[in-house]
Each structure stands twice: as C-alpha cells, then as structure tokens.
Design a binder for this molecule. Structure first.
Ligand code: DC
Length: 224
C-alpha cells in the first residue's frame, strides 16, 4: 500500500471504547502526533453552553455555526484552552459529552470543524481518534481501526474513570447516557458512527490496553 506523505492512523469507535487512551499510546510509541477529535467537539459544546445557546433553536444555530468554524481552541500538551481559559476538566463532564453529541449531528458544525482537524496532520505522522477519522477527515489513512467494546464493559470503564477522579458515578445513569449517545452518533445522517469498509474491527471487551496497543502497532508495522 502507498503511504501518503504524512501517514495517518485512524482509530474510530463508540464512546468509552478506550480509543483515546489507545490512540495516545500508539502515537507515543511511533513518535507521531495525536488528535483527540472528540475534544474539539467537547470544547465547542462548552463554548455553546457558556453562551447559553440552544442547538435546537434555529435562531441560536445561526450563531453556533460560525462559532464552530472560528473556535478559539488551543492544545498545550494535556491542557485544552478555550479563549485562553483552561477547559481541560470541564470538557470531560458527561454534560459536555451529551452537548457535543447533539452538536455533532449538525452537518454545518461538522463542516466548520473539518479543517481544524486536518491541520493536525503533521510530520512524521498522526494518530487520530474519533467517529469519522477514517471515513471523512482522513480517508487516506494507511490504517483504519474501529475499536469497540460491549456497552456493559464501556459503562464499567466510564464508572472507574469517574471514580478515579474522586467523583461519584451512577452506573445505570451512565449506561443509559452511553446507549443514547451511541444511538444519536450512529443514526445521524452525516458521518454516522460505523466501521468504514476498509477498517479493521477490534472488539476490546476482553483485552487489556496493552494488548490493544500491541495489536494496532502490529497492524501498522505490516503496512509500513
Ligand atoms: O469521543 P468523545 O466521547 O470525546 O466525543 C464526544 C462527542 O463528539 C461524541 O458523542 C460524538 C462527537 N464526535 C463526533 O461526532 N465526531 C468525532 N470525530 C469525534 C466526536
């Protein structure tokens, strides 16, 4: 397979499949850059919430669309800044995730965020995680992985993650949110969440993070 000038590995999948952790580790092992595209949708969600705008209102939508194209977001290592303010923690809340998923349904919002995501493609390479990395944002990725896990396992992992931050987590509420988000992400008309034809599907329900990373690195080596 011909590798384009700047190689991209796309890792797509549902919420809480572990793709963020895995993508960051694969990027570190290869010395590649890393794009957490969901973080960009989440930053927009926080910006919309801070402005008090409602994506269900056609009037508000006229303000939200230009916000997507001109989002003042900056990444400094692990820190994410919106208009210079640190939003690294607030973007990780369930509220921000739900709002991000609602905004992600809108084609104009997705179009507005497209170039910003493509700008992360820099030498020597990129590992990008999201929902449409392989299908829309980087269709020429030399390796496309669809990382999934059962809803039960994903909800358990999310609970552990929240409890790890010293917060309380309600399994049932998280499980229902996750199912609702999967449904909205999968059923939307534009760039729905589903494995693209040339993606390798990896169900990591019974795998450790390390096993997943090793599998993806092996697939990458086979193609380089
Ligand atoms: O990956 P995440 O949970 O941080 O993403 C938050 C939401 O953003 C998710 O529910 C759908 C949306 N999203 C998207 O539509 N396309 C992407 N490439 C990344 C995220």
């Amino acid at each position: 397979m011909t590798i384009p000038n700047c190689p991209v590995i796309a890792i797509d999948g549902p919420t809480a499949s572990g793709k963020g952790t895995v993508a960051a580790l694969v990027a570190a092992r290869l010395g590649y850059h890393y794009l957490d595209s969901g973080a960009i949708y989440r930053v927009l969600a926080v910006a919309v919430e801070q402005s008090g705008l409602n994506p269900d209102s056609q009037v508000d939508l006229q303000q939200i669309i230009p916000m997507a194209a001109n989002l003042p977001v900056h990444f400094h290592g692990e820190r994410v800044l919106l208009n210079g303010a640190d939003v690294s923690e607030v973007i990780r809340t369930e509220e921000a995730g739900v709002m991000a998923s609602r905004l992600a349904v809108l084609p104009e919002v997705r179009a507005g965020l497209l170039q910003r995501q493509r700008d992360f493609r820099q030498s020597p390479g990129l590992v990008a995680d999201g929902r449409d990395m392989g299908s829309v944002v980087f269709p020429d990725s030399f390796l496309k992985v669809f990382l999934t896990a059962s809803a039960q396992v994903r909800a358990e992992r999310r609970v552990k993650q929240i409890e790890g931050r010293g917060q309380q987590a309600d399994f049932q509420a998280i499980y229902s949110d996750l199912m609702a988000r999967d449904k909205r992400d999968s059923e939307r008309a534009v760039a729905p969440l589903k494995p693209c034809e040339d993606a390798l599907v990896l169900d990591c329900s019974n795998m450790t993070i390390d096993q997943v990373v090793v599998t993806i690195l092996k697939w990458a080596q086979e193609r380089i």
